[in-house]
Design a binder for this molecule. Sequence first.
Ligand SMILES: NC(=O)c1ccc[n+]([C@@H]2O[C@H](COP(=O)([O-])OP(=O)(O)OC[C@H]3O[C@@H](n4cnc5c(N)ncnc54)[C@H](O)[C@@H]3O)[C@@H](O)[C@H]2O)c1
Length: 270
Amino acid sequence: MSHNLLKGKRGIIFGALDENSIAWKTAERVHEEGGEFVLTNAPVAMRMGQINALAEKTGSKVIPADATSLEDLENLVDQAMEILGGKIDFVLHSIGMSINVRKGNHYTDQNYDWTQKGTDVSATSFHKVMQTLYKKDAMNEWGSIVALTYMAAQRVFPDYNDMADNKALLESIARSFGYFFGRDKKVRVNTISQSPTPTTAGSGVKGFDGFISYAEKMSPLGNATALDCANYTVTLFSDLTRKVTLQNLFHDGGFSNMGVSDAVMETFTK
Ligand SMILES: NC(=O)c1ccc[n+]([C@@H]2O[C@H](COP(=O)([O-])OP(=O)(O)OC[C@H]3O[C@@H](n4cnc5c(N)ncnc54)[C@H](O)[C@@H]3O)[C@@H](O)[C@H]2O)c1
C-alpha cells in the first residue's frame, strides 16, 4: 500500500535495533512511500548487526552515532546531507533507555548516576539532535521532526519508573525547541504517544505482559501496533500535516481518553 507520500524527501531514522523496533517498521514504510534516509543507532547496537539487513532492504546507509554525543551527531548530520545530496526533510527520534529499569531498581530507590544517564539518552538526546540540525541549518523548510513517547508522562504507571520523568522532559523539549524551529526554519516538531508495543525497550518494563493486555482491553480500537505507529509517522513526515506542530499526539486506540471499558469492568463484576 504505497501513496508515494514521501517521494523526494530525505531523512534520518534513529533507533532501529531489530525487526520489532518501531523505527524498523517506520524505515520500511518510509521506504515504501518513496522517502530516502540514513539509518543510525548507537555503536553498541551496531554490533548486533541486524540493522545492516534493514539497510540493504531499504537501500540505505548506516552511520553509527551515540545520540548523547554532540561530536557523533555533528558527524551524522554532515554525512547524512552528503550521502542524501541535500538538506533533511524528516527525522525520527526513536530512542529510550533506563538503567534503573534494566537493573530492576525501584522508582523509590534510584541510582542517580543511572537516572542521569537514562535522561541523557532518552530525553536530552532529543535536544542535542535538534540543536545540531538547527545550528547546521540542516533542515529544509516544512520539514518534520518526530519523537516517540508514552502516556506515563501525564499519568501514573508505577513500573514505568524513571522513564516517566524522561518522557515528560522529552515532550517538553519538543514544544520548547519546536517553537524556535517553527519560527526560524518552518520546521514542525511533534511527539507521538504510542500504545505499549512488544519491542526490546517495551518488554524491559516490569509487568509488560499485564500492561499490554490491560491497554488492549481498555482501548475501543485496541492497542496500536508498531506498524500502525509507522503509518502515523509517515503522515507526519508528509506534506499533508504541515501545520501540525508542538503537539503530543496520542496514538493508542483511544486509551488516553478512557475511564473504564466494559471489558475491564467485567473482570470486577460477578
Ligand atoms: N515499546 C513500547 O511499548 C513503547 C511505547 C511508547 C513509546 N515507546 C518509545 O518508542 C521508542 C522506540 O523504542 P522501541 O519500543 O522501538 O524499542 P527498541 O528497543 O527497538 O528501540 C530503542 C532504541 O534506542 C536505541 N538507543 C539506546 N541508547 C542509544 C544511544 N545512546 N544512542 C542512540 N540510540 C540509542 C537502541 O539501540 C534501540 O535501537 C522509544 O523512545 C520508546 O520509549 C515505546
